[in-house]
Design a protein around this ligand. Structure first.
Ligand code: SF4
Ligand code: SF4
Length: 349
């Protein structure tokens, strides 16, 4: 079907199932099925190896409305995880081998039960990662959070799409860069990102346009020099992440008539070596209602875990999830292009 006939009318991308349909229809005849490409390279369909990390989406509420947000988050969204659902997650953590909890959103900190939840997870001696947009740490109601994070030894993974103010603000909104720098200083003052400290501060880069990220190590060096020399800021690692062709970024690609070009870029750059490490093999994603997905991206497409499995965290069973089949689609090319991409950055050095 021609791209133009699928252009959005109203706001169908707000609806995840509709978005998956659009993605599949747009790809028809243009982008090969992901499973076909795997077969051509002699690779089996991916299956999970273990569930090591629970990635929990605490809701779509956010203080920003970034151009490339794959969650379509913003200040007007009302979907947030309840304490009951958090308790179901905690219950699983008490008896399972899951060692790490990765909190995401929206801005996860805006969930009113965020601090209680983090404290409970840490009481169970699990590692906690907070995916932080930085500006939330300078918002009046949240300035105490940098102390809270240090006290609970929460690892921070913070978005900073560029060390240049203009590029950062064009993607994330006016004034975001300067507030992000202020937040990074706050975290550094608490000991985050210092070579001798156990408090880890990692940054996330994603391209401003419809391109692949550059080499992660080289970019990390440039970030380190720029942030240290210009602002005195330190951090541990830089993660480069490919923009996924879903949600607000898909919308952007459609509007700028770059969908086919971007998908061709991802397909051409398909790297069979990256398939082994895709994050769905070791992570399980949970939405704000407690439903289960192979990854955060499948969650945004409402593509739940294989139907032979429990669909909700209250019914989670470790044995069957550890080796589960993964539900893939054309969006998976975003994880396997070039050096590969995951929430922990490039998959290959
Ligand atoms: S990308 Fe992150 S900070 Fe930006 S709107 Fe989405 S959830 Fe919020
Ligand atoms: S998009 Fe999700 S399911 Fe597909 S390869 Fe990436 S992590 Fe796995």
């Amino acid at each position: 079907m021609p791209l133009q006939s699928l252009q959005r009318q109203g706001n169908p991308l707000a609806d995840a199932a509709n978005q998956l349909l659009i993605l599949e229809q747009l790809g028809e005849g243009v982008v090969p099925f992901f499973h076909q490409t795997l077969e051509e390279h002699g690779l089996p369909a991916p299956t999970a190896q273990a569930v090591e990390t629970l990635q929990i989406n605490l809701g779509k509420l956010c203080n920003q409305t970034c151009r490339h947000c794959h969650v379509d988050a913003g200040p007007d969204r009302r979907e947030i995880m309840s304490r009951d659902t958090m308790e179901q997650c905690l219950d699983v953590l008490t008896w399972s081998n899951i060692r790490s909890v990765d909190l995401t959103g929206g801005a996860p900190e805006m969930n009113p039960d965020f601090e209680w939840f983090v404290a409970e997870i840490r009481r169970l001696d699990r590692h906690v990662i907070d995916r932080c947009n930085l500006t939330i740490l300078t918002s009046p109601a949240y300035t105490h959070l940098s102390d809270f994070f240090a006290e609970h030894k929460v690892e921070i993974v913070a978005s900073l799409p560029c060390y240049l103010e203009e590029n950062c603000d064009s993607q994330r909104g006016d004034g975001v860069f300067q507030r992000s720098i202020d937040a990074l200083r706050l975290l550094n003052e608490r000991g985050y990102g210092k070579p001798s400290s156990e408090l880890r501060l990692n940054l996330v880069y994603n391209p401003v346009g419809a391109t692949l990220p550059p080499d992660q190590q080289k970019l990390a060096k440039a970030y380190r020099e720029q942030l240290r020399d210009r602002f005195g800021i330190e951090f541990n690692e830089l993660f480069t992440i490919t923009n996924m062709p879903i949600s607000r970024f898909l919308d952007d690609l459609q509007r700028s008539h770059q969908y086919e070009q971007y998908m061709e870029l991802l397909v051409t750059a398909f790297n069979p070596q990256a398939v082994e490490g895709v994050m769905c093999r070791s992570t399980l994603s949970i939405d704000w209602k407690g439903y289960l997905y192979d990854c955060d991206f499948n969650q945004m497409l409402n593509l739940r875990v294989d139907l032979s499995l429990a669909q909700h965290i209250s019914e989670y069973d470790e044995a069957s999830f550890a080796r589960r089949p993964i539900r893939t689609g054309r969006h998976c090319y975003g994880c396997t292009a070039g050096a590969g991409s995951s929430c922990q950055g490039a998959l290959l050095s």
